[in-house]
Every structure is written in structure tokens, then in C-alpha cells.
Write a protein that binds this ligand. Structure first.
Ligand SMILES: Cc1cc2nc3c(=O)[nH]c(=O)nc-3n(C[C@H](O)[C@H](O)[C@H](O)COP(=O)(O)OP(=O)(O)OC[C@H]3O[C@@H](n4cnc5c(N)ncnc54)[C@H](O)[C@@H]3O)c2cc1C
Length: 387
């Protein structure tokens, strides 16, 4: 029986391997420097591709490892050790977007998009949100009009993370039938980021600075019909089909980063002296640290429970939403408490804590806000009420 008793011995060994890899290959200085310079993790991405983390979930015949949600969760947890943005940039968003193509793509699309993705030559972004379609994502207005064997796309997407990177391909949710009911007139199309008529603008966000998040303007952009994934009208189903994996990636990444916030705060508290003793000796700080670690352990357990349910093929909307909600709020709280424990030092970039705090704020918004997660959880509870 391992300490993390949600994990088998093999999964525990995989977890240790992932943490060792991070320790060896991806330093905290590197992650901090990318954040401060708002630069993508090009070197880190190459190492991740070499290690095969980005294609962990892919079938073996496509060069992946055919791993399950639990292996994915522990890898995302380790990968977020020095910052959530790193794992989201090099593994999370690209890999769960690629899963949509694995499920709904045809052989030609697997050849054109998935094979170069596995080789590390093509990146995926997910393009759902728009200026007027945030939490209410199905109110997408970006319009794709069929013209022979092309779609002509006009509109604007907002917050599309990683979409400005070299050879990024956006899996974009667009409206193909404005007369159909809201959720039924949508389709998903793979849109390379360098087509004529596209303009991308990197936003100066509080967090998500290394990966970068962009406004994407589309002015009569022509995309082959052969880039449509699935059928016309199937877009909402396709975008929603990997919601569980997305929330597992988020929750496990937030947990990994929150654990580092606790570890850093604990180390600092034992080394910093005031009034002739380590500040750790003040009971108020001990209690803050105890609450922080308890929250991180709870976040990890909720995440592993969700991953175990998805791995077992059981419906897990409630569990993945609880894990995403709790882990994001835990990252925010541990970042905030960590800054308090470090005092003025916690405000400096080299302490990393201010970055964990910023990433915590972002984590309660991206991937569906905390309010939306609570509404989903409450809805699943309401469905169980028997009169
Ligand atoms: C850094 C960053 C990266 C992102 N990356 C991507 C990406 O790669 N791809 C992508 O498609 N999107 C991305 N997003 C967009 C993200 O998914 C949205 O920001 C999020 O869904 C919220 O939408 P919104 O910002 O428009 O807020 P709104 O939907 O306008 O919400 C504003 C407030 O109202 C609340 N609210 C709205 N509706 C309800 C409701 N029904 N019940 C209760 N409260 C409600 C919200 O919880 C929030 O507090 C990213 C966002 C950020 C900040």
C-alpha cells in the first residue's frame, strides 16, 4: 500500500519518475524567467516532447503511451511544480485538445494534425471563448459560411491561450447554422494561426504569461472543409467530450503548484527569524501552514478520486467539477497565505509566491469559473433529490 492509496504501485512509481524528471530538467529559475519575460517555454517544450508527456494519452500506434487519466493526473501535478502555466502550456491544453481529434478526427486529419503534434512540430490551442461568449460559451457568434470546399470564417475569439505560438492550430468553435437552436448550430474547425485575414494580439494578463493568451480576429478567413472535425452541428458535443480530462489536468496542475507554495512557505518560515526565533514558532503561522497543507491534501484526493472515476469509465461530471473548483481555490488561498507568511519578500518575483498567487487567481476563472463549477455541482445534487 502506497502513501497515496489512490495509486497502484506502478502509478506511484510513475509519479516519482515525473517529479524526478522535473527536478532534473525544468528548474524553477527557468519557469520564473519565462513568466517575467512573458516568453514561451521553448526549451521546456522540447524536453517534454522528448519525454513523450504531451502525447501520454495518445494511442500507441500514433506514438503515444495510451496512458489513463490517473497517469495523466500525476504527470500534470508534477509538471506544475514550479508553476501551473508551464504544464498548461506544454501538456495540458495541447493534449486534451488533441484528444478531440483522436475521438472525432478522420484518418486524413490524424495524418495532417496528430502525427506532427506527436512529433512536436504542431501545437494545439482551444478556441471557444469570445468577447461576448464567456461562461455562456454556446452563444458563439464567430460565423463560418460554407463556400464550395472551404469555410469563410469571420468573427473574434478571446483568451485563446498559446494560439500565437509557431505552427499553432486552433480547434475553433464556430457557428455554421445561425437558424438552428443555440447548441446545435455549432461546429469545430481546425484553424492554423497564419491564414490570411487572421490577426492575433497577445494580452498582458495577470497570469498565463509564458504560454500567452490572445485575441484572435478573423476577417473572411478561408479554411478547407476538410479541417472540420466531425459533422456540421456536432461542435458542442465535440468541445464537451473532453471536459473531464480538461478538469483533471487543471485540478492536478493546481494541486502540484499549491503544494510547492506550501513547501516554499514552510521552508521560509523555518529560516526567517524575528523576535529572536524562527517565525514558524509563532502559533498563528503554524496554523496557517496546517490549513494550507490540509487543503492541498484534500485537493489532491478530490483530483485522484475524479481521475479514478473517469478511468473506470463512470460519469464523473460532479467529481471533476468539485476537483477543479477546490484545487483552484486552494491554489489561490495557499498563494495568498504564502505571501503573508513571507511578508515583503513574498511580493518579489524571485520568491515565486506572488506568481503562485497570480496563477491561483487565474485558475478560478480559466476553464470555467468557480461560480460555474458550483452551479454544475449543485445541478448534479438537485438531480438526486427524491420527493
Ligand atoms: C488567462 C486565461 C486563459 C484562458 N484561456 C482560454 C483558452 O485557451 N480558450 C478559451 O476558449 N478560453 C480561454 N479562457 C476563457 C475562460 O474560459 C473564460 O474567461 C471563462 O469561461 C469566463 O468567461 P468570461 O471571462 O467572459 O467571464 P463572464 O462569463 O463574463 O463572467 C463574469 C462573472 O460572472 C459570473 N457568471 C457568469 N455566468 C454566470 C452564471 N450562469 N452563474 C453564476 N455566475 C456567472 C462568472 O462566474 C464571473 O464571476 C481563458 C481565460 C483566461 C483569463
Amino acid at each position: 500500500m502506497t502513501f497515496f492509496n489512490f495509486l497502484s504501485d506502478d502509478q506511484q512509481a510513475w509519479r516519482e519518475n515525473c517529479f524526478r524528471f522535473m527536478e532534473r530538467e525544468i528548474t524553477r529559475d527557468y519557469i520564473r524567467e519565462c513568466d517575467m519575460a512573458r516568453e514561451y517555454y521553448f526549451d521546456g517544450y522540447d524536453k517534454i516532447v522528448k519525454e513523450g508527456w504531451h502525447s501520454l494519452l495518445m494511442p500507441e500506434e500514433l506514438g503515444g503511451s495510451a496512458a489513463g487519466p490517473m497517469e495523466y493526473a500525476v504527470m500534470c501535478e508534477a509538471g506544475a511544480r514550479y508553476g501551473y502555466d508551464f504544464v498548461a502550456a506544454v501538456v495540458g491544453t495541447p493534449s486534451f485538445t488533441a484528444q478531440n481529434l483522436i475521438k472525432f478526427g478522420n484518418p486524413d486529419q490524424i495524418d495532417r494534425f496528430i502525427k506532427p503534434f506527436v512529433a512536436g512540430e504542431l501545437r494545439f490551442s482551444i478556441g471557444i471563448s469570445e468577447p461576448e461568449a464567456g461562461s455562456d460559451a454556446a452563444s458563439t457568434q464567430t460565423r463560418a459560411v460554407r463556400d464550395g470546399d472551404e469555410y469563410v470564417i469571420t468573427g473574434a475569439k478571446q483568451w485563446i491561450s498559446g494560439s500565437g505560438l509557431p505552427n499553432a492550430h486552433i480547434l475553433m468553435l464556430v457557428r455554421t447554422d445561425p437558424d438552428a437552436p443555440k447548441h446545435q448550430g455549432l461546429s469545430t474547425i481546425v484553424v492554423p494561426n497564419n491564414l490570411e485575414g487572421m490577426t492575433l494580439n497577445k494580452l498582458k494578463t495577470l497570469a498565463r504569461r509564458g504560454m500567452g493568451t490572445y485575441q484572435v480576429f478573423l476577417d473572411e478567413v478561408r479554411v478547407p472543409v476538410a479541417n472540420r472535425i466531425g459533422e456540421e452541428g456536432q461542435g458542442w458535443e465535440i468541445i464537451g467530450s473532453n471536459l473531464e480530462l480538461e478538469r483533471i489536468a487543471c485540478a492536478s496542475g493546481y494541486t502540484g503548484c499549491a503544494q510547492q507554495a506550501v513547501d516554499d512557505a514552510l521552508l521560509y518560515a523555518t529560516q526567517r527569524e524575528q523576535f529572536g526565533q524562527p517565525i514558524y514558532e509563532f502559533q498563528v503561522l503554524k496554523h496557517m501552514l496546517a490549513d494550507m497543507q490540509t487543503q492541498v491534501d484534500a485537493a489532491r484526493m478530490l483530483t485522484y478520486r475524479a481521475a479514478a472515476k473517469v478511468a473506470a469509465g463512470e460519469p464523473a461530471l460532479r467529481e471533476v467539477s468539485m476537483a477543479k473548483l477546490f484545487a483552484s481555490e486552494t491554489l489561490l488561498k495557499t498563494g495568498e497565505q504564502g505571501v503573508r507568511i513571507m511578508g515583503g519578500h513574498g511580493m518579489l518575483p524571485e520568491a515565486d509566491m506572488e506568481r503562485y498567487f497570480r496563477e491561483g487567481m487565474q485558475s478560478t476563472i480559466g476553464g470555467g469559473t468557480s461560480q460555474i463549477q458550483r452551479s454544475i455541482i449543485a445541478k448534479t445534487m438537485r438531480e438526486t433529490v427524491r420527493s
